[in-house]
Design a protein around this ligand. Structure first.
Ligand code: ATP
Ligand code: MG
Length: 265
């Protein structure tokens, strides 16, 4: 499925309400790979666990504004975005306090569109905006879905991979109807694929059968370097570029570019 070329930023939400399926690993390393391929990219951490922020060495304990400050208009996203070691990549960090947002903003008239409004205010939007979601279908994921055109769903190669997917797709559909008519599924990506494991192949076959035109060709292998690199505050490309994990994310980035018809630069 191809999308028409566009000069406005491609906004992609990385979502799956299941925990630990590889959302953050995909968000961090896809963002870094796009940046290395000369695609100006902004990664937004919407998860109060702040794992994507930490993966770039951004520790909330050091203070500084975070995504919630921009959502409630205390500052702009441009003021919150931090530079990284990669010239083409900036990161908007999260903070555990963001978890309070859902309750604090319960009566806010535009509560689902706070991130969308903050993104609309970017002075010089990059080519791609990636949003890493928490493992829930609550207020924060709703804000991400309402702000983006595309959803990328990481699926872990295990027995329950497709469990709960219907609920995610239903939430996407409801968001499309209520907040964001352009929203659609960009694709599914298989994570933690182990080619020696029969179950990995069975899951891959099943996902391909259900979503023949949505499944990315690239499978992210289980690779210890992907699990190690966050503790060094680096995406895997800057930690071990030759690792299978780094190479797979580069391939995924190229596939995303193809699907979105993104020209580099
Ligand atoms: P959460 O739902 O808590 O936000 P998540 O969906 O963002 O989790 P990750 O944090 O990306 O999932 O991954 C869960 C764990 O699995 C992490 O410890 C991560 O380092 C590890 N992991 C993810 N992908 C891989 C992989 N391809 N190979 C090896 N380890 C991986
Ligand atoms: Mg995560």
């Amino acid at each position: 499925m191809k999308h028409p070329p566009s000069t406005s930023p491609h906004r992609i939400t990385i979502a799956n309400q299941k925990g630990g399926v590889g959302k953050t690993t995909t968000a961090v390393n896809l963002a870094a790979s796009l940046a290395v391929l000369d695609v100006p990219t902004l990664l937004i951490d919407m998860d109060p666990q702040a794992n994507a922020s930490l993966a770039f060495g951004l520790d909330y304990r050091a203070g500084g504004p975070h995504v919630y400050d921009a959502m409630i208009g205390h500052c702009t996203l441009d003021e919150v975005a931090r530079p990284t070691e990669l010239a083409h990549l900036r990161v908007v960090p999260s903070h555990p306090d963001v978890v309070a947002a859902e309750v604090e903003l319960v009566d806010h008239p535009d509560r689902a569109r706070l991130l969308a409004n903050a993104l609309d205010g970017l002075v010089a939007p990059p080519r791609v905006i990636l949003v890493d979601c928490p493992p829930a279908l609550g207020f924060l994921t709703l804000n991400a879905l309402a702000a983006c055109r595309h959803v990328l769903v990481p699926l872990q190669c295990e027995f329950y991979a497709l469990d709960g997917l219907a609920r995610l797709l239903n939430t996407v559909e409801l968001t499309r109807r209520s907040y964001n008519a352009d929203l659609s599924i960009l694709g599914m990506v298989l994570t933690m694929f182990d080619k020696r494991n029969r179950l990995s192949h069975q899951v891959a076959d099943e996902v391909a059968r259900h979503f023949p035109d949505r499944l990315f060709r690239t499978r992210i292998p289980r690779n210890v370097r992907l699990a190690e690199s966050p503790s060094h505050g680096k995406p895997v490309l800057l930690f071990d570029v030759l690792s299978s994990g780094a190479q797979a994310h580069l391939e995924l980035a190229q596939e995303v570019q193809e699907r979105l018809q993104i020209n580099q630069g």
